[in-house]
Design a protein around this ligand. Structure first.
Ligand SMILES: C[S@@+](CC[C@H](N)C(=O)[O-])C[C@H]1O[C@@H](n2cnc3c(N)ncnc32)[C@H](O)[C@@H]1O
Length: 260
C-alpha cells in the first residue's frame, strides 16, 4: 500500500523491486487521473492500482483484497506534519495493514538549530533603510518563513536538536499535542534570529534522509522553515538557550524562553 500516489513513481518503484501487488491512493482527483495514465504509459506487471480516494476512505474488501504487509508513503510537509501524516498512518495501521506490517519511513523527526548571520537577518527583518527607521514593521510580519533560496548564507549557531520524533512502526496513536523545553548549547557567537527547522527520515535501520541546512541536497521539495524570534538575540558559546517547542497534529512551533 502506498498513501499519496503523486506521480506514481514510488508505487512503480515498489512494483519494480518485487511487491506482489501495489495499491496506491491519491486524495486529489486530477493527480490520481494523471498518475493512472503515467502508470499505464509504463506498463507494469504486477499492476499498480491507483485509487482516487483519501487513504481514510479506503476499504479492505472493496479497494484492496486484503490488508497490506508493507506501507510506503511520502506525505510529509516541510514542517513534517502539515499533510496530516499522523492521522493517515494511525488510520492505516488500524484498518489497512496487517499486524507487524513494515512501514517506510519507519521513523522521522523534526530537527532544528539556532540560526543567524547578517545575510539572512537582512532578508527577514527590517531596521534602518536609506536612513529611515522601519523597525516597527518587524512586529507585524509573519514569524514563520520558508527558506527556498540556496544563495542565502545561514549561520548555524548551535548543533542540531530533535524537537519531536515519531516512530511510525512502533506507535499506534500519537499524542494530539506535545510541548517541551529543550536545552540548546550555543556553539558560535552571533546574532540569533530564531530557529531553523528541517526533517529527518529513517527509512529503515540503515537508510536516512535529512535535509540538514548545511547539506546541499541536489533535489528536494522540502524547504527549511525559519521561526523568527520577536527580537534578534546576541548569543555566545557556552550559553544554553532554552527553546520552547510545541506541536499539534499539523504544525510545530518554536519560541525563545531565555538562557539557563
Ligand atoms: C509528495 S506527494 C507523493 C509523491 C509520490 N510518492 C510520488 O512518487 O510522486 C504527496 C501526495 O499525497 C497525497 N496525500 C496526502 N495525504 C493523503 C492521504 N491520506 N490519502 C491520499 N492521498 C494523500 C497528496 O495529495 C499528494 O499528491
Amino acid at each position: 500500500l502506498e498513501i499519496g500516489t503523486g506521480s506514481g513513481l514510488l508505487a512503480m518503484m515498489a512494483a519494480r523491486l518485487g511487491a506482489r501487488q501495489v495499491t496506491t491512493c491519491e486524495a486529489v482527483t486530477a493527480i490520481a487521473a494523471t498518475a493512472r495514465a503515467i502508470v499505464a504509459d509504463n506498463a507494469f506487471t504486477p499492476p499498480v492500482t491507483v485509487i482516487s480516494k483519501m487513504s481514510t476512505g479506503l476499504e479492505v474488501g472493496v479497494d484492496m483484497d486484503e490488508r497490506a504487509d508493507l506501507l510506503v508513503s511520502e506525505i510529509l510537509s516541510s514542517e513534517f506534519l502539515g499533510e496530516g501524516v499522523l492521522a493517515s498512518i494511525e488510520d492505516a495501521k488500524r484498518r489497512l495493514l496487517k499486524p507487524g506490517a513494515r512501514i517506510i519511513p519507519a521513523r522521522g523527526s523534526i530537527q532544528f538549530a539556532l540560526f543567524g548571520g547578517a545575510d539572512i537577518e537582512h532578508n527577514i527583518r527590517v531596521d534602518q533603510v536609506y536612513g529611515f527607521d522601519l523597525s516597527r514593521f518587524n512586529a507585524i510580519v509573519p514569524r514563520k518563513h520558508y527558506i527556498s533560496r540556496n544563495d542565502l548564507n545561514i549561520e548555524l549557531l548551535s548543533e542540531a536538536s530533535s524537537a519531536f520524533s515519531f516512530d511510525f512502526a512502533g506507535t499506534d496513536r500519537f499524542p494530539v499535542s506535545e510541548r517541551r523545553t529543550i536545552e540548546v548549547p550555543v556553539r558560535q557567537a552571533g546574532r540569533c534570529c530564531g530557529v531553523i527547522q528541517w526533517i529527518r527520515l529513517e527509512m529503515d535501520d540503515s537508510h536516512v534522509f535529512e535535509n540538514h541546512p548545511a547539506i546541499k541536497n541536489p533535489a528536494s521539495g522540502w524547504q527549511h522553515c525559519a521561526y523568527v524570534f520577536p527580537a534578534t538575540i546576541e548569543v555566545l558559546p557556552g550559553q544554553i538557550a532554552l527553546i520552547g517547542a510545541a506541536r499539534n497534529r499539523t504544525t510545530p512551533w518554536f519560541f525563545f524562553q531565555g538562557f539557563k
